[in-house]
Ligand binder design. Sequence first.
Ligand code: COI
Length: 368
Amino acid sequence: MADAWDFKVELASAPATAEARTAVLTKPGFGQSFTDHMVLASWSLDRGWHDQRVTAYAPLRVSPAAAVLHYAQEIFEGLKAYRHEDGSVWAFRPEVNAARFTRSAQRLALPQVPEEAFIAALRALVTVDEVWVPPAGSGETSLYLRPYMIATEAALSVRPAHEVLFGVIASPAGPYFDTGPKPVSIWLSTSSIRATPGGTGAAKCGGNYAASLAALGEATANGCDQVIYLDAVERRWIEESGSMNVFFVYADGRIATPELSGSILAGVTRDSVLELAADLGHKVEERRISADEWRDGLRSGEITEAFASGTAAVITPIGRLAWSDGNLTIGDHAANHGVGPVTASIRAALLDLQYGRTADPRNWLTRL
Ligand code: COI
């Protein structure tokens, strides 16, 4: 029956052995190992959503003429499932990811997945693969959930596809950066921009990430871990770092992040940080911040810390800003592995909430 969103479960005939799973859960890395199952649901113009299922994790059979392979009609999301001390498993603000998935689908001319169906898909997968959610107390580990939607119709005309696949895969996750919670270095790209006004910058679509890879190569060649992009028009205002939003901490306790310009991704962690920082007594600002303000603030000592936020990256301190003819070190927090005190307190507030160690007054957690 179309659009019913009841997931039929077809269990994997050869799931990973307990030993293989334990080996992964002991040192999960990021996005390298996947659980035994995945969610799939098909959509066609004439039938709507149908064949919702949880099935064995396996390669997809997709036509070489599928629109996604040629025209990148694709979107995705990223969120995590956290194991609490009592063994229960929770997602953090999945309804916000669902809403963003809807906005991304609109922008990429893909069909909508209703919020309840999006959350039901996460729950269906986590229920079957619960043993893959890392145990409580195993550090900053979780089960990273990756919903996605691709245009599968074999048709080379440039138009919205009439056949689409929605899926969710899951991957046990440790810290995104090899540096762990230690600071990353950021390359200020002046040759590449990430997104333009009216473009797809606010959508979570693969094309944005593909387009960021050359600049990442430039960053790596210059000894940096990540790129930070400026706006497309004036090449002056800080946007985001490609897979993370950015925040600046001022000596007077203010915290600022670039306002959502239409070409910045509205991060779930970004939004949560704004609220948690206010709870911690910081004045928070969403506004335009220029690269010059950042550099001048670092030189004068007015900006004392900077950090990046994202589901994968959580809160990652930024320890160095580099550009074509200069670089500046950010903060000197040797006592805490280079993590500034404000960054550390916001990070702790977020993680304590996600892992159920503090109260959840805003009902941000959803049990899976
Ligand atoms: C996430 O934080 O979930 C992201 O989407 C970043 C990812 C591209 C690694």
